[in-house]
Write a protein that binds this ligand. Structure first.
Ligand code: SOE
Length: 386
């Protein structure tokens, strides 16, 4: 198990594509915004030596490597950050946890429930030894969404009756958009459902504080084949998915996700309706949270814009002077900060590690919801209980 010492925490990051770039930026900026444990961006790992060497230089890592097994065995590595395609998460995360490292794993936790169960078991054992096993549902750390949760927890919405969450993108509208690992079931597990539906379902559960108990869902693949390196290849995952969710607190939720939504760039929208108020958020305007206070006289009610730029707002105290907006990438630094705080709070192997939320148990619960939606689709949209 990593011991707290005077040397900086050594980070190894596996994967260097889109998410690797986002995480690298977070590891570069976190100490400029927040008071955290000293860290060293020691090694970035990928399969292609020349490409990963270039990534190390561009993204600011001390070394590069091609064998993650060797890297996770190193004494000077304390945190393993997994930014690979989903099919590699389980093997790397379990090995890293067993090697005594703290782990941050990109979402969704795994490609199916069986993998997620094995990961959650390894994480439970590691957490008992004082390690942190963190899952990267980064949108929890968008300040306006963190503020939304504070509103709910403070009772400003009363009892939540309904949530409506959509996550719409348009990068696959072009039928000639090329094949990638995200479009193959064996590498991605599912399509829009796992990639962006997982964020939407995480927001439903995290914001309402209620767990999914039953689902009805449908999946659709609108472009059945796409250009691959050796000619057309079948797309084996969904382009879009819809689900209705029943929650254990009595609320209902709808979730709608698509990569075929023309004009929606990276549009996560959240609507929460409670007996005492309502909230709205749109990731295309990430610094705004809209709140309706239903305890006001009806003639005065309306959605009011809260501009989330004040030091009193979640995470904002670390960033710029009051009034200055943040962007998509800041949430990754906020996530890095919370992970480092959880590690700093880890007193010893005798006391449990400070819980980083979401953890692998949350990832397993969410994977069960994803698999239930897939099962519901296979049963023509029948209800599946969890
Ligand atoms: C997919 O397009 C994707 O990159 C997701 O994988 C990320 O989780 C999301 O933040 C942005 O979109």
């Amino acid at each position: 198990m990593p011991q707290r010492s005077r040397r900086p925490l050594g980070i190894a990051m596996i994967g260097y594509a889109f998410m690797g770039r986002a995480h690298s930026q977070a590891w570069r900026t976190v100490a400029a915004a927040f008071d955290v444990l000293p860290l060293a961006r020691r090694v970035i790992v990928g399969r292609d030596d020349a490409a990963v060497a270039q990534a190390a230089e561009r993204l600011g890592w001390q070394e590069h490597a091609t064998d993650w097994h060797e890297v996770i065995a190193r004494e000077d590595i304390d945190i393993v950050d997994i930014c690979t395609p989903g099919f590699l998460h389980a093997e790397i995360a379990i090995a890293a946890l067993e090697a005594g490292k703290h782990v941050l794993c990109e979402k969704p936790l795994a490609n199916d429930t069986a993998e997620a169960e094995a990961m959650a078991r390894a994480a439970a054992a590691a957490t008992a030894r004082g390690q942190v096993a963190a899952l990267g549902f980064t949108y929890r750390r968008v300040p306006a969404l963190a503020l939304a949760r504070q509103f709910v927890q403070a009772g400003r919405l009363g009892t939540i009756c309904q949530a409506k969450v959509a996550y719409l993108q348009d990068w696959l509208v072009d039928a000639d958009a090329p094949m990638s690992w995200r479009l193959r079931k064996e590498t991605a597990g599912s399509g829009a459902l796992g990639d962006i539906g997982s964020h939407a379902i995480d927001q439903v559960q995290h914001l309402t504080g209620q767990r999914v108990t039953a689902v009805r869902g449908r999946l659709a693949t609108m472009v059945p084949q796409r250009p691959g390196p050796d000619g057309p290849e079948p797309v084996t995952v969904d382009d879009a998915a819809w689900a209705t969710l029943e929650l254990d607190g009595g609320a209902i939720a709808s979730v709608e996700v698509s990569r075929m939504a023309t004009g929606a760039k990276n549009r996560l929208t959240v609507e929460l309706y409670g007996t005492a108020g309502a909230l709205r958020f749109d990731l295309e305007n990430p610094n705004e949270l809209w709140f309706l206070d239903a305890t006001l006289p009806i003639a005065e009610q309306g959605f009011a814009r809260v501009l989330v730029t004040e030091p009193e707002h979640p995470y904002l105290e670390g960033w710029w002077p009051q009034g200055h907006v943040l962007g998509w990438e800041n949430a990754f630094s906020n996530q890095a900060r919370d992970l480092l705080l959880a590690i700093a709070a880890m007193p010893s192997a005798d006391e449990p590690a400070a819980r980083f939320s979401p953890d692998f148990a949350d990832g397993l619960a969410l994977q069960r919801v994803l698999d239930a939606i897939i099962a519901s689709d296979a049963a023509d949209g029948a209800a599946i209980a969890l």
